[in-house]
Design a protein around this ligand. Structure first.
Ligand code: GDP
Ligand code: ADP
Length: 205
């Protein structure tokens, strides 16, 4: 499917810093709209329904699947997470840019539906740093942290399937890289559209 707005997909193992980077990007660039996913997991700390996620019961999630309401969904860390069609289609059809923070399985599903989506993978600089970020964040129990670290190896093995890989060592550097990717994609598409339009005009089409 081809839409006038750009679709950016950011994936990373838990604790690599994707939420912090996407939030910082939005503060700098109000033209990138976040998509709010649905999840069956419980809210953490300060999370609010409708802001970080729509927190739903397994039954509500099943109903959404039955009604074909998701563009993609996946099992992650023992829970289900999904992007609703409502969360993105109207926005990109209206020419707005949307950014998704989802896992690698969802990212590859998105690419199958939206061939122009830009897939970005965030890596931590080391295993030690990944563990210590999860611990410093202080939102998950030791068991949940262990599960997330166990899953991280399989997730990181998918990085090579993505269009871009950013190493989040120095936060400002990683944010700069993310901004550069967003900016480059906008230039590419707006200049292509302009070129196409003027060629069409010149050819009298
Ligand atoms: N496929 C898919 N994955 C999602 C979606 N929303 C969030 N995720 C992923 O689910 C995983 C767990 O997210 P979360 O529980 O918020 O933990 P975090 O990664 O530590 O922030 C992360 O890899 C998210 O990117 C979604 O709509 N679809
Ligand atoms: N470059 C960085 N250096 C040090 N700490 C970071 C960096 N990026 C993020 N963090 C911290 O690491 C923790 C995990 O980041 P978060 O954005 O929640 O990760 P994710 O969304 O990928 O699970 C947070 O406490 C965040 O403040």
């Amino acid at each position: 499917m081809d839409y006038p707005g750009n679709l950016f997909v950011v994936a990373a193992p838990s604790g690599a810093g994707k939420s912090s980077l996407v939030k910082a990007l939005q503060e700098l660039d109000s033209g990138v709209h976040p998509s709010v996913s649905h999840t069956t997991r419980a809210p953490r700390g300060q999370e609010k329904h409708g802001r970080e996620y729509f927190f739903v019961s397994p039954q509500e999630f099943d109903q959404m699947i039955a009604h074909d309401a998701f563009v993609e969904w996946a099992h992650v860390h023992g829970q289900r997470y999904g992007t609703s069609k409502k969360a993105i289609e109207e926005r990109i059809a209206g020419g707005n840019d949307v950014i998704l923070e989802i896992d690698w399985q969802g990212a590859l599903q998105i690419r199958r539906t939206f061939a122009n989506a830009v897939l970005i993978f965030i890596l931590p600089p080391s295993w030690e740093e990944l563990r210590s970020r999860l611990q410093r964040r202080g939102e998950d129990s030791p068991e949940v942290i262990e599960l997330r670290l166990q899953n991280a190896a399989e997730e990181m093995a998918q990085a090579k399937e993505f269009d871009f890989v950013i190493i989040n060592e120095l936060f400002e550097r990683a944010l700069f890289d993310l901004k550069a990717i967003v900016h480059a994609q906008r230039l590419k598409f707006s200049s292509q559209r302009r070129a196409r339009a003027s060629t069409f005009q010149a050819l009298g089409l």
